[in-house]
Design a protein around this ligand. Structure first.
Ligand code: SF4
Ligand code: SF4
Length: 281
């Protein structure tokens, strides 16, 4: 079933007409990376301390969806959709606002990601495995917390970290083998698949600022001053988007959530684990 699942996910990404920039042959996303985590991995409980007590475990999602007879074993299937080269290139030129292609990838590409979640849920259910997509479940909601700032009850990036797909960065992204410029998605299923080994020791292993106190390119790329040596100021980032980017591009580009991603392009971690990272790849 693992092979069938991976073939289906990759096939959906490579053939779906929804994964295509408007009036262009270019795709929002290149071939995905897929990883697996045990639903009972203790890391998911630790996220209640690391992210916040509002963050739900896979088991809590399953219990809420299926009641007392919820599956006791299963897998978090996580994927990374790397932003295509054409889209990344377009955003490298930006200094204050995202490119048209980047904003469309953030908005329409995420709608595609949503359709991928639904597709994977339907596929696994058809094969007899109870499955849900956490961000489409009733329990998913946005949370404002004094410690975590803008957060939610399920973080796709944290699911991807648990599934061996990458580590966090100074700019709050997840650096994967295919870089930091991506969208992530996941489903929780009772299908048991062997977990993917996490080829890292710590949560920031792939970021040059943390592993060798070098780089800092994302600090310079951010027009809002939202990234410093201390990390990413979520509130400053959101304010810049609301006050500067939304008024400038939403109507012009025809989107309501344009993203920004300047800190994810024209940086050493854009499309790979940065060179000289002294940890395993
Ligand atoms: S640009 Fe450099 S400092 Fe910023 S997240 Fe990437 S590797 Fe880390
Ligand atoms: S931190 Fe926010 S405002 Fe700054 S470059 Fe990144 S996405 Fe844009």
């Amino acid at each position: 079933m693992k092979k069938e699942l991976e073939k289906a996910i990759k096939g959906f990404v490579s053939t779906s007409p929804s994964n295509q920039l408007k009036d262009s042959d270019e795709r929002y996303f290149a071939e995905p990376m897929i990883g697996y985590a045990d639903i009972n991995d203790p890391l998911f409980s630790e996220y209640k301390t690391i992210v916040g007590d509002f963050h739900l475990t896979p088991v809590e999602f399953l219990e809420a969806e299926y009641g007392e007879a919820y599956p006791r074993s299963g897998t978090v299937v996580s994927w990374i959709l790397p932003v295509s080269l054409a889209v990344r290139r377009s955003n490298r030129k930006g200094k204050k606002i995202p490119s048209f292609e980047w904003s469309h990838t953030r908005y329409f590409g995420e709608l595609f990601n949503e359709s991928l979640r639904k597709y994977v849920v339907a596929l696994l259910r058809t094969r007899g495995y109870r499955t849900l997509a956490p961000v489409l479940a009733a329990q998913w909601k946005r949370v404002e917390s004094p410690e975590a700032g803008h957060a939610s009850t399920w973080s796709e990036r944290h699911a991807a970290y648990a599934a061996g797909l990458g580590t966090f960065s100074l700019s709050d992204g997840l650096i994967t083998r295919k870089g930091i410029a991506h969208r992530a998605g996941s489903v929780i299923t009772e299908l048991v698949i062997e977990p993917t080994a996490r080829p890292y020791q710590g949560p920031y292993d792939y970021c040059l600022k943390y592993n060798s106190n070098t780089c800092g390119a994302c600090i310079k790329r951010c027009p809002a001053g939202a990234i410093t040596e201390k990390g990413h100021d979520k509130e400053a980032c959101h304010q810049y988007m609301r006050q500067v980017i939304y008024p400038k591009v939403n109507e012009k580009y025809g989107v309501t959530i344009p993203g920004c991603g300047l800190c994810q392009t024209k940086v050493p971690c854009e499309s790979r684990i940065p060179a000289n990272t002294p940890v395993s790849r």
